[in-house]
Ligand binder design. Structure first.
Ligand code: ADP
Ligand code: MG
Length: 867
């Protein structure tokens, strides 16, 4: 809408306002011009074959039309209305064009000129053309203005560079501080350690201090799983300074009995009476105190392969010794134990694993024992401490246990399977099991006489342990063979003969039982297979078990146990005898933060001694960062640039998401160590869990994405405007950590590594599916739209994409046509919420928190020892 500004015209019209409107259709190359007086149209012109010019710098437009055709509206001003001139003929006949309309948009000064019209105006009013003042306007998006050029991409500025470097420096600083912090931990101390003096005569005998000698007795110990009895009515008694060996063939119930005696959590139904120094273990609290005063060494060694012998034992000492004890005293105690167990010379050797050669099996066993000894246990339980060791090493292990019992007055109970005779000679007491029943329980040196008196004479020079195992294995033909010398002559009793083989020993003189027995012993396994199963006793109790249970020895033992209990009761009545199951406030163990720092420094040590995983993640981040930068170098603000950005983000999330699967493996390795240490009261599960989050999740999941982003942001040329860089860092970190903890939950809940990986991959894939790239939000069936709500990928992907693309204008030239799309439009078409960046970040944060809590609950309630 323009006002006519020619002075003369305004004067002639005498106050009536002349106006003109001008509009164009660029595609049709047509314009139209209308002339109004006092808001009443007088005439109009159609202009065609128009050409259009503009000058953005001068902010001016210029329309030039070759043909002009004008026409008056009848009876209007200038067109025949009474009292006014009539130019209708002039308009239709004379005005032919070309017409010209130009405007300086800024000053609003416009003009309309056409040669004949100009002549008329010149003649009548004395002006060269119609001058106008226009309020022009069009409804356009900025990007639709003809000639709009996409503003060049923001240059990477110095401040951007500073931002990227500040992030890298911050990471380096955090790593530096954590290394420093971890090195402060006593576990890292590499200074000289005081060696214990060779003659332990001083007052610094840590093994003798802080323990209560314990006489341990148990009676009527039974155990059954699903109504199937595994153990029945076991009983025994062992005093300080004594060693009780639980012997029996494999499957006899040794481990089961040992677990029950040590108060381990068992799946089946157990019953029995347990006494320490005559005091019965009644309540759960008693059991807890009892367990604290005991040590338990498993049949398998679950040691951390990357620690040295000294560090392994020190780790146990720092975690389990009273906090009131000084660190120096703890290290000195460790050294004393190492020297006591004769492993001081290997103290700086790594434990090693199947892949990396470390110390020998016998040495590992002694390290495991050392870990238990640090707490000065009154009673030490060991499950088959010699299994898997050669004769010499087995002897050394048992010998060190004997020394411990004798020199330090400890009570030691262990199970053992077929010990050599030099080892048997070291036992004080023996509990012989056969199919869960007690065949003998009492002094070792009376055992041989006991059986001999009942017709089971161990051949002289023969290993009594082998003999006992054989007679308890329930093979009557073997028992017979030793009970009657005639049996040696009876071919029916030698099934090897019957089967046609000639393993028959040289005929003995009748009383040469040794060689006779040696023959049977060496072939007993074959014999067992050959002897028809019908010969085995089918009734519930084996004759040997009945023999013992009816003996005076058994009666005497029951009496001893009973009298111990009554002596204790009378002592209790007379004086204030401190209970074995008491809480000593001086013995409070390492507090939560100490535990956390020790566990962290241990994990830390593990990482730097076995840096492949950590280095792998960092290298991957750096290499992939440069690779992606190469691939997506200097991404443009166009549609393909949009595709590239979305593709890049998807790739980043997938890469980091799937690399969190390594967490499954590292937890599955540690699982058994955790279970064992938890059951042996090393620490509470929360300290372990937090140390896992701090030392495993953070270094592996926090820094690699930061490094990656710091590389790709400048090189790919992603949007660094405002806080976008910080947001993207926050998003990728939260995403990566939430995924890592989500995977950790799977690792915690699913024991088998194979199934855990399978489930982990499935969760990832489902999460990916609903990220927003594979399916549009609006087309997800309503019933499963909540999948998207629980997909970490969805939040990460939406936030990253919106953070980057929102605010950009994407332009594409296709077939000469300019397609310009604001980023927000294309994002919302893709189903993304363009205002959701903060919302998504909060969700990621919430999910991280929820997963962390869930993971802890999983660890607390599902990962404990059941045997
Ligand atoms: N959790 C269990 N479920 C079923 N049977 C079990 C379980 N634990 C042990 N047993 C059975 O109890 C018997 C004794 O097992 P165990 O104490 O391990 O023997 P040992 O240590 O003497 O070789 C075996 O026959 C074994 O099959
Ligand atoms: Mg066993």
């Amino acid at each position: 809408m323009c006002n006519v500004t020619n002075e003369k015209i305004l004067q002639v019209l005498g106050g009536k306002i002349p106006q003109a409107t001008f509009e164009c259709n660029k595609t049709a190359a047509e314009c139209s011009f209308q002339f109004w007086i006092q808001e009443d149209e007088s005439f109009f012109c159609d202009l065609s074959k128009c050409d259009y010019e503009y000058d953005l710098a001068a902010n001016s437009t210029h329309y030039k039309c070759e043909e002009v055709a004008c026409e008056c509206l009848p009876d209007k001003m200038l067109c025949g209305k009474s009292g006014s001139i009539d130019i209708s003929d002039f308009l239709t006949e004379t005005i032919k064009g070309p017409g010209d309309f130009s405007c300086d948009v800024h000053s609003r000064a416009c003009k309309f000129s056409e040669p004949s019209m100009n002549d008329l105006i010149m003649n009548v009013f004395g002006d060269p053309y119609i001058t106008l003042s226009c309020l022009s306007g069009e409804c356009l998006h900025a990007s639709e203005i003809p000639g709009f050029a996409i503003p060049p991409k923001d240059k990477f500025t110095l401040s951007d560079l500073l931002r990227v470097f500040s992030v890298i420096f911050a990471c380096a600083a955090i790593v530096g501080i954590s290394i420093y912090g971890a090195k402060q931990s006593p576990l890292f101390a590499s200074g000289p350690v005081a060696l214990p003096s060779d003659d332990n005569d001083g007052g610094d005998d840590y093994l003798m201090a802080d323990y209560v000698p314990a006489t341990f007795a148990f009676d009527k110990v039974s155990y059954s799983i699903n109504e199937k009895p595994i153990l029945s009515n076991s009983f025994g008694l062992v005093k300080p300074g004594e060693i009780l060996a639980i012997m029996g063939s494999s499957g006899a119930g040794k481990t089961t009995l040992l677990d029950i005696l040590a108060g381990k959590n068992k799946g089946g139904k157990k019953s029995g009476y347990f006494f320490v120094n005559g005091e019965r273990i009644v309540s759960g609290d008693d059991l807890k105190h009892f367990q604290r005063a005991c040590g338990f060494v498993d049949q398998e060694d679950y040691l951390i392969p990357t620690l040295t012998v000294y560090e392994t034992v020190l780790n146990s000492a720092l975690l389990r010794l009273p906090r009131s004890m000084s660190t120096e005293a703890k290290t000195a105690k460790v050294m004393q134990i190492l020297s006591e167990l004769r492993i001081l010379h290997i103290k700086d050797k790594l434990i090693g694993s199947d892949f990396e050669r470390g110390i020998s099996g016998g040495e590992k066993r002694r390290v495991a024992i050392a870990c238990e000894l640090v707490t000065s246990p009154s009673i030490l339980f060991l499950d088959e401490p010699t299994t898997g060791l050669d004769g010499f090493n087995a002897f050394r292990v048992v010998e060190s246990l004997v020394r411990l019992a004798k020199d330090f007055n400890r009570t030691i109970i262990f199970s053992i399977h077929q010990p050599r005779s030099n080892i048997v000679a070291l036992f004080d007491k023996l509990l012989l099991l056969s199919d869960g029943e007690v065949v003998y329980s009492g002094l070792m040196d009376q055992c041989s006489q006991f059986f001999a008196d009942r017709g089971y004479q161990c051949p002289s020079g023969y290993n009594i342990a082998d003999y006992l195992i054989d007679i308890t294995s329930g093979d009557s033909s073997l028992i017979q063979a030793t009970r009657t010398t005639e049996a040696a002559e009876d071919p029916r009793l030698d099934p090897l003969l019957e089967s046609g083989e000639s393993h028959r020993p040289p005929q003995g003189t009748g009383d040469d039982m040794t060689s006779e027995w040696a023959h049977y012993a060496s072939h007993r396994d074959e014999l067992r297979v050959l002897v028809p199963s019908g010969t085995k006793e089918s009734n519930s109790s084996s004759p040997l078990a009945t023999l013992f249970s009816k003996s005076t020895e058994a009666e005497q033992l029951h009496e001893d146990i009973k009298s111990l209990a009554s002596v204790h009761r009378s002592e209790q009545a007379s004086e204030d005898d401190p209970s074995f199951f008491k809480d000593d406030p001086n013995r409070a163990r390492a507090g939560f933060f100490t535990q956390l720092s020790i566990l962290c420094s241990r994990t830390f040590k593990n990482s730097y001694r076995n840096p492949r995983l950590l280095m792998g993640h960092y290298l991957l981040a750096i290499l992939m960062g440069f690779f992606c930068s190469y691939l997506y170098y200097d991404v443009q603000n166009n549609i393909s640039g949009f595709q590239n950005r979305l593709g890049l983000f998807f790739f980043i999330l997938t890469m980091f998401g799937f690399s969190t699967l390594t967490g499954l493996h590292s937890f599955s390795i540690e699982r058994i160590v955790f279970i064992r240490e938890r059951s042996n009261n090393y620490y509470n599960p929360l300290s372990y869990y937090l140390s896992k989050i701090i030392c495993d999740v953070i270094p592996l999941r926090l820094f690699p994405p930061i490094i990656f982003m710091a590389i790709i942001y400048p090189l790919v040329g992603l949007n660094m405007a405002g806080h976008k860089f910080w947001f993207s860092l926050a998003i990728i970190i939260l995403f990566n950590m939430a995924t890592a903890v989500e995977i950790l939950i799977i690792g915690i809940l699913v024991k088998e590594p194979g199934s855990a990986t399978m489930l982990g991959v499935l969760v990832m894939l489902f999460s990916l599916l609903f990220a927003g790239l594979f399916i549009n939000k609006d087309t997800i069936p309503g019933a499963i739209s909540w999948f998207e709500r629980i997909s970490v990928f969805h939040y990460g992907y939406e936030a990253l994409s919106v953070n980057e693309v929102n605010g950009l204008v994407l332009k594409e030239k296709k077939y000469g046509l300019d397609i310009k799309v604001p980023g927000a439009v294309i994002l919302s078409t893709f189903g993304f919420d363009v205002n959701a960046v903060l919302f998504d970040i909060y969700w990621l944060l919430g999910m991280l928190g929820a997963f962390t809590i869930l993971g802890y609950l999983g660890l607390y309630y599902f990962v404990y020892e059941t045997r």
